[in-house]
Design a protein around this ligand. Structure first.
Ligand SMILES: *Cc1c(COP(=O)(O)O)cnc(C)c1O
Length: 230
């Protein structure tokens, strides 16, 4: 089976899982994480209906976004200051902001590019040392910091769950959903109205993430890898 078959299969499963969880399929955006494939792989997924793509390296994001301008490009990787201008130039949503100094640079780059940059705050819910993101109890401060930046709009939160344990993954997803609701309740109405996104769930754990309230799932291998087994 190739990307042409796998993408629509995954998209249908995502919609079915949303419905089974009592949610509308339109509430869950499937981001096809194309970091392991070239433009031919992106073209195959695009032809199969994919319109949201995720990349974790600016050197992949920039040329692919230029080659597929009708798609929406999501930056999901580690942010480096010197690449922020490139990222802002290509990404419709940055999922992985967790440092105030990067927020300031995104604001400046977005002003230069004449856009408002949508971002998510990455939260290290599980507290694993290997994971990036703000601690849960620091997330609200960073959201407030960003609200003072005119060209940055915080749309919600993102996390990566611990791998290998479905119970721990569920705990991380539930924790992110609770934290988002808590933050939202403390924001002024206009900011709360934009703070709606929960980016969580990857190839191995996305059904659980949808049950816990994900509005964006980031799926790579289940779409792009020949060898991925559920
Ligand atoms: C690679 C990656 C994904 C996709 O992971 P898969 O297990 O291949 O689905 C999702 N989110 C981030 C941040 C990634 O780096």
């Amino acid at each position: 089976m190739g990307i042409e078959e796998r993408y629509p299969r995954v998209a249908a499963e995502v919609a079915k899982t949303a419905q089974a969880a009592g949610r509308s399929p339109q509430e869950v955006c499937l981001v096809a994480v194309s970091k392991t494939v070239g433009e031919d792989g992106v073209a195959a997924a695009f032809a199969a209906g994919a319109r949201d793509f995720g990349e974790n390296r600016p050197d992949q994001l920039v040329p692919k976004a230029a080659a597929f301008p009708e798609a929406r490009w999501h930056f999901i990787g580690n942010i480096q200051s010197r690449r922020i201008h490139d990222i802002v130039g290509s990404a419709s949503l940055i999922h992985s902001l967790y440092q105030a100094r990067h927020a300031e640079k995104i604001d400046k780059a977005a002003a230069e590019l004449g856009k408002v940059q949508d971002v998510l705050i990455e939260v290290n819910v599980s507290g694993e040392a290997s994971k990036s993101g703000v601690a849960p109890d620091e997330a609200l401060d960073l959201v407030r910091f960003c609200e003072a930046l005119p060209q940055v709009r915080v749309r919600g939160l993102m996390t990566m769950a611990p791998q290998g344990s479905p119970e721990e993954a569920r705990r991380a997803f539930e924790g992110l959903a609770r934290l988002a609701a808590d933050i939202r309740s403390q924001l002024p109405d206009d900011q709360a109205a934009a703070f709606t996104e929960l980016s969580m769930g990857m190839s191995e754990d996305w059904p659980c993430a949808i049950e816990c309230g994900a509005t964006i799932v980031r799926i790579g291998r289940a779409i792009f890898s020949d060898s991925f087994q559920e």
